[in-house]
Design a protein around this ligand. Structure first.
Ligand code: AMP
Length: 491
């Protein structure tokens, strides 16, 4: 089958030719006619299957049909909501490519950056808006987005959306959208809560299921190296130096873990960058750009930050930690072997993760080949219940120590800077007092008395402020949400 056989508009066909898309992928073959027929769609598919084009192409085509006069001010006709900023940018890039030979206007909005430029694009008028939920509601609340003319709504990566805690935002959003519209709903997995959510959005949908959640990309070769916790880094280096000739997307369970791996790799003269939720949006985009351009060999990512990221011809994925949610393994290795390319997924497993591997095997079948001939074999056993209790106890102690240490360092810094400020103030005031003294001789004794009073009052209020601050500090709970990342330090 060819795209032309799906009844696609010439201007879109020309763009697809330019992208060198010769034949539609299975999801495109099935979904495009459904969307063009104006039916609601439930798509069970993960990224890498070509699902972005599966909804973008017919959306562009439908808008070309609605808009008789493309020269008048654009009305917002299609809204695509996706959980991460990277995905939003990626989808918008795709729309840009497919609508290149049309006059359609589109833009993308996401949080973590100033809103000015995004607002300007919205004010200029657009037909298609790609958005992450938070920024979308924010700008809608500020009156910059109007859904009155909306005809198409896409909820992308619904399962990840809920994992990331966006359910309330989605429910709020649904209330704002016109009830008469065509809705498309995509999710890689369909647990019960997602089924319920889809029912609340879709009416009489057609279902397209391409890659069931439990099946991994077919062309991905999967290997596992069993080792110990203490030899994991050596194992990683061994794999990287001896075996891998290309770029690697490496997964870490935690954000701090990701930073630690990057520091370690850089010490070994391996160019690496990290991408995770503690990085600013600009840092994340810069890291991704450098990686896509081939400037760095390794990008270390957490699950959430990397979900759906499309890296052209990525050959290797490494799981530095085995995910404890088996479906995450499927998503991770789906970063490679995309759109029919071959790829390799390598997992490094410490004893505590053996159980996770068994669960993954239950989900995907025994497709992971164990590589036993290597210098760092697993010799230790997983902890017993008693050992785990002790381990967790020590972890807790270490964690408290770390938090206390950080607080002390912070306080030390504050004290130092306030000392520095005081001495600077002193220097300034002695300079000032010298000039004042010169003038004072000319002043009356009553003025001098009032200066003294002023100084006394100043001192009193600064003492009071200091006391207030001390009280605030001592009332601060030991485990505030902000400190939770300290758990990660122990990995
Ligand atoms: P997606 O699942 O939308 O993230 O797409 C995965 C990758 O497949 C992206 O790099 C797309 O550019 C590519 N792709 C999508 N459709 C096609 C197609 N029909 N032919 C070749 N590549 C495609």
């Amino acid at each position: 089958m060819k795209f032309r056989d799906l009844g696609i508009h010439d201007s879109i066909l020309k763009a697809l030719e330019e992208k060198k898309y010769h034949t539609p992928t299975p999801i495109q073959e099935k979904a495009i006619p459904i969307v063009l027929n104006r039916k609601d769609l439930l798509g069970v598919a993960q990224t890498g299957t070509g699902k972005t084009a599966a909804f973008s192409i017919p959306i562009i085509q439908q808008i070309l049909k609605f808009e008789k006069d493309l020269n008048s001010r654009p009305k917002l006709r299609a809204l695509i909501v996706t959980p991460t900023r990277e995905l939003a940018i990626q989808i918008d890039d795709n729309i840009k490519a497919y609508s290149k030979f049309t006059q359609l206007k589109h833009t993308v909005i996401f949080g973590g950056v100033k809103q000015g430029k995004q607002v300007k694009r919205l004010k200029d008028g657009i037909h298609i808006l790609v958005a992450t939920p938070g920024r979308l509601l924010d700008l809608q609340g500020q009156g910059f987005i109007n859904f009155n003319d909306l005809k198409l709504f896409v909820l992308d990566e619904a399962d990840r959306m809920l994992d990331m805690g966006f359910i309330h935002d989605i429910k709020r959003l649904l209330k704002l959208l016109p009830s008469k519209k065509q809705s498309l709903f995509f999710s890689a997995t369909m647990p019960e809560n997602i089924v319920q959510l889809s029912k609340s959005i879709l009416s009489n949908p057609e279902k397209v299921e391409i890659t069931p959640a439990s099946s991994t990309a077919e062309k991905v070769d999967q290997e596992i190296y069993y080792t110990n916790r203490t030899t994991k880094r050596d194992m990683l280096l061994h794999i990287l130096k001896d075996k891998l000739d290309d770029q690697v997307l490496l997964f870490s369970r935690t954000k701090h873990g990701a930073d630690k791996i990057v520091r370690y790799l850089r010490k070994e003269n391996i160019k690496a960058v990290a991408i995770h939720g503690n990085k600013s949006q600009n840092q994340r985009q810069a890291a991704l750009k450098d990686f896509k351009k081939g400037k760095v060999k390794i990008m270390v990512a957490t699950d959430i930050a990397s979900r759906g990221i499309d890296i052209d011809k990525l050959k290797y994925v490494i799981n530095y930690n085995i995910p404890n949610v088996p479906e995450d393994y499927v998503h991770r290795i789906g970063r490679t072997g995309r759109a029919g390319e071959s790829g390799k997924a390598i997992s490094i497993c410490e004893p505590e993760e053996n159980l996770n591997v068994n669960q993954i095997k239950k989900l995907i079948g025994d497709k992971i080949k164990s590589i036993d001939a290597h210098p760092f074999p697993q010799t230790e056993k997983p902890m017993t219940e008693k050992e785990r209790k002790e381990f967790n106890k020590q972890k807790e102690i270490k964690k408290r120590e770390m938090i206390a240490l950080r607080r002390a360092q912070k306080q030390g810094k504050n004290q130092k800077s306030s000392k520095r400020k005081k001495s600077e103030d002193k220097a300034n005031s002695s300079e000032k007092s010298q000039t004042k003294n010169k003038n004072r001789n000319k002043r009356k004794p009553s003025d001098q008395a009032s200066d003294k009073n002023k100084n006394r009052n100043k001192q009193k209020s600064s003492d009071q402020a200091q006391k207030r601050n001390q009280k605030k500090r001592s009332n601060k709970p030991l485990f505030k949400h902000k400190d939770r990342s300290y758990l990660d330090l122990l990995d």
